[in-house]
Design a binder for this molecule. Structure first.
Ligand SMILES: [Zn+2]
Length: 55
């Protein structure tokens, strides 16, 4: 099982995939912090994470 995170910001094409849910959360949060200089609430982060079949 793998996980996919899609950035919730409009006009941001950032998508990441990871084999680990911890990792996808960490990298997704880091993206929002670094690219948008913002924080993402855990609930919003989780809402943007989907399970996918392959990394
Ligand atoms: Zn983004």
């Amino acid at each position: 099982m793998a996980y996919r995170f899609e950035c919730p910001r409009e006009n941001c094409p950032f998508v990441l995939r990871s084999a680990g849910d911890d990792e996808v959360e960490k990298l997704g949060r880091a993206h929002v912090r670094l690219a948008h200089r913002d924080h993402i609430a855990p609930v919003d982060l989780e809402r943007r994470i989907e399970r996918v079949d392959t990394v």
